[in-house]
Design a protein around this ligand. Structure first.
Ligand code: NAD
Length: 443
C-alpha cells in the first residue's frame, strides 16, 4: 500500500516525523503556520538543533520524498494520513491549550476530498480525540469519511531520529479497523525490526503518553529527594541509584540526580494531567508531589551555591550549559533559566556558555554575558556552575580552568560529571549533588 502523509505543525516532532517517514520511503508533505520556517526548510535549513536531522531532511528533499508547503489545502488533498503535530503548550491554569489543534482540525475538515486518517501525535488530554472528531464532523462540507487515531510520540530531543527509527514501542489508539491497518502499513519498517505495538482505543492511547511522562518525571524527583537525603547522611546517591537500578523491577534509567527536570514536555504534561484528573474528580497526589519536588530542587541548587560562597552579592559566576538537556538548543523550562534567575536575584553577575542554546537563551535573558567557549566564560569568575551535561564539559582542561577562576576555585557540578576526590586533589572547592563532597566535609 503506497501511503502519502501530511504533517501539520513542523516543529521538533513534526519535522522529525516527516523526515523519518520520508526516509522509510513514504511521500511526506509538511506544513506550518510559520511561513518563514517553511521557507527556510525548503532550502534545507533546520530552524533548531537536532543531531542528524539536517542530513536526513536534505537527503529526502533532494530525493523528492519530503516537501514543505504553506498551503494546508494541498497537504490535506494529497495525503491519506494527516498527522497533527502542533504545540499544546499550557495555559495559565496548567491545562493544555487546544486552540491550535482545534483550528487545524477545522481547517482540515474544510479541505477534505475523500477518506482521511487524522493521526494525533501532539500530546493531548484524554478526550481530545473524540472532541476533534466532533469538530471535524461539524466543519465538513458534505459527507466525507474519516477516522481519528491517537498516535502519541515518545521521542527525546537530542536523540530524536534514533528514537523515531528504533522506538521502544508504537502506540496506536483507534476504533477503526481500516485506520488501524493503514497505520500498521505506515509503520511497517518498525514491524520488521520487531518493535512492540500497543493497539488500543483512543482514550487509552492518550493516557499512555501522560502516564509515561509522569512516571519518568517521578523517577527523577524521587532520586533528587534521595540525593538531598544523601547529602544530609553522607551517603552516595550514585551508588544508591546503582543498587536500586539493578533491580529489574526498577531499572537504572532516569535515576540521575541533578537540578531538576525541564523541557517542553515533562512540566507541561504533569500540569495537564493534574488538571485533567481534577476535572474528573480525581486527585493525583504523586503527580502533585513530583512538581513540588522539582521546583524545590532548583532552589536547593541556588541555596547550595549561596551557602557555599557565603554570599552571591557582587560575585561573578560562570554557567556552563543552558539548554534543558544536552544535544538540543531547546531552552523551554530549562533548569538553567531558573538557576540563573535565582543567582541574579542574589546580586551576582552571570557569564554563560552553551554549545547550541545561546541564541535562544538571549531571547529570554538578554542582559547576561555570553561567551564563545567555556574557558572565556570562566575567566575571572568567582565560581563555575555546570548545569547541563554536554559532552564537551566532561573533559574540561581543569588546570586551565583553575588558572582562569578566582580563588578559592568554587566548582558546582550540578550533573555529577566529575569525581569528588579528583577535584579535591586539584584544590577545587567542589560541590555536587547527593555525593559526599565539600558540603559534607565542611559540616
Ligand atoms: P514545536 O513548538 O516545536 O512545534 C509546533 C509547531 O506547530 C510550530 O512550528 C508551530 O508554528 C506549529 N503550529 C502551531 N499552530 C499551528 C497551526 N494552527 N497551523 C499550523 N502549524 C501550527 O512543538 P513540539 O516540541 O514539536 O511539540 C509538538 C507536540 O508534540 C506537543 O503536543 C508536544 O507535547 C508533543 N511532543 C513533543 C516532544 C518533544 O520532545 N518536543 C516529544 C513528544 C511529544
Amino acid at each position: 500500500m503506497h501511503i502519502t502523509i501530511g504533517i501539520v505543525g513542523t516543529g521538533y516532532v513534526g519535522l522529525v516525523t516527516g523526515a523519518c517517514f520520508a526516509e522509510f520511503g513514504v511521500s511526506v508533505t509538511c506544513t506550518d503556520r510559520d511561513k518563514k520556517k517553511i521557507q527556510s526548510l525548503r532550502s534545507g535549513f533546520i530552524p533548531f538543533y537536532e543531531p542528524r536531522l539536517e542530513e536526513l531532511v536534505k537527503k529526502n528533499l533532494k530525493e523528492g520524498r519530503l516537501k514543505f508547503t504553506t498551503n494546508l489545502s494541498d497537504v490535506v488533498r494529497s495525503s491519506l494520513v494527516i498527522f497533527l503535530t502542533v504545540g499544546t503548550s499550557p495555559r495559565g491554569d496548567g491545562s493544555a491549550d487546544l486552540r491550535s489543534i482545534e483550528d487545524v482540525a477545522r481547517e482540515i475538515a474544510r479541505h477534505m476530498n475523500g477518506y482521511k486518517v487524522i493521526a494525533i501525535k501532539s500530546t493531548v488530554p484524554v478526550g481530545v480525540g473524540e472532541r476533534l472528531r466532533k469538530v471535524i464532523s461539524e466543519s465538513l462540507k458534505g459527507h466525507t469519511d474519516f477516522d481519528i487515531v491517537s498516535n502519541p510520540e515518545f521521542l527525546r530531543e537530542g536523540s530524536a531520529i534514533e528514537d523515531f527509527m528504533r522506538p521502544n514501542r508504537v502506540v496506536i489508539g483507534t476504533d477503526s479497523e481500516k485506520a488501524k491497518e493503514i497505520m500498521k502499513a505506515l509503520y511497517k519498517p518498525l514491524y520488521l525490526i520487531e518493535t512492540p505495538f500497543v493497539v488500543t482505543d483512543i482514550k487509552t492511547a492518550e493516557l499512555i503518553k501522560y502516564a509515561s511522562n509522569c512516571f519518568l518525571s517521578t523517577k527523577i524527583s524521587f532520586i533528587n529527594e534521595m540525593a538531598n537525603l544523601c547529602e544530609k547522611l553522607g551517603a552516595d546517591v550514585h551508588v544508591v541509584a546503582k543498587g536500586m537500578g539493578l533491580d529489574g523491577r526498577i531499572g537504572p534509567k532516569f535515576l540521575h540526580p541533578g537540578p531538576g527536570f525541564g523541557g517542553s514536555c515533562f512540566p507541561k504534561d504533569l500540569w495537564a494531567l493534574l488538571h485533567l484528573a481534577g476535572n474528573n474528580g480525581t486527585e493525583l497526589k504523586i503527580v502533585k508531589a513530583v512538581i513540588e519536588v522539582n521546583e524545590a530542587q532548583r532552589y536547593h541548587m541556588i541555596n547550595k551555591i549561596k551557602t557555599a560562597m557565603g554570599t552571591l552579592k557582587g560575585k561573578t559566576v560562570a554557567v556552563l550549559g543552558l539548554s534543558f538537556k544536552p544535544n538540543t538548543d531547546d531552552i523551554r523550562e530549562a533548569p538553567a533559566f531558573y538557576i540563573i534567575e535565582g543567582i541574579l536575584k542574589e546580586g551576582a553577575y552571570v557569564r554563560a556558555y552553551d554549545p547550541a542554546a545561546m541564541k535562544n537563551f538571549k531571547t529570554v535573558l538578554p542582559d547576561i554575558s555570553y561567551f564563545k567557549n567555556p574557558y572565556s566564560a570562566v575567566r575571572e569568575a568567582d565560581a563555575l556552575i555546570i548545569v547541563t551535561e554536554w559532552n564537551e564539559f566532561r573533559n574540561l582542561d581543569l588546570e586551565r580552568i583553575k588558572g582562569l577562576l578566582k580563588k578559592p576555585y568554587f566548582f558546582f557540578d550540578l550533573r555529577n560529571i566529575y569525581e569528588p576526590a579528583k577535584m579535591r586533589a586539584l584544590s577545587f572547592k567542589y560541590f555536587c549533588v547527593g555525593r559526599p563532597c565539600e558540603d559534607r566535609i565542611n559540616e
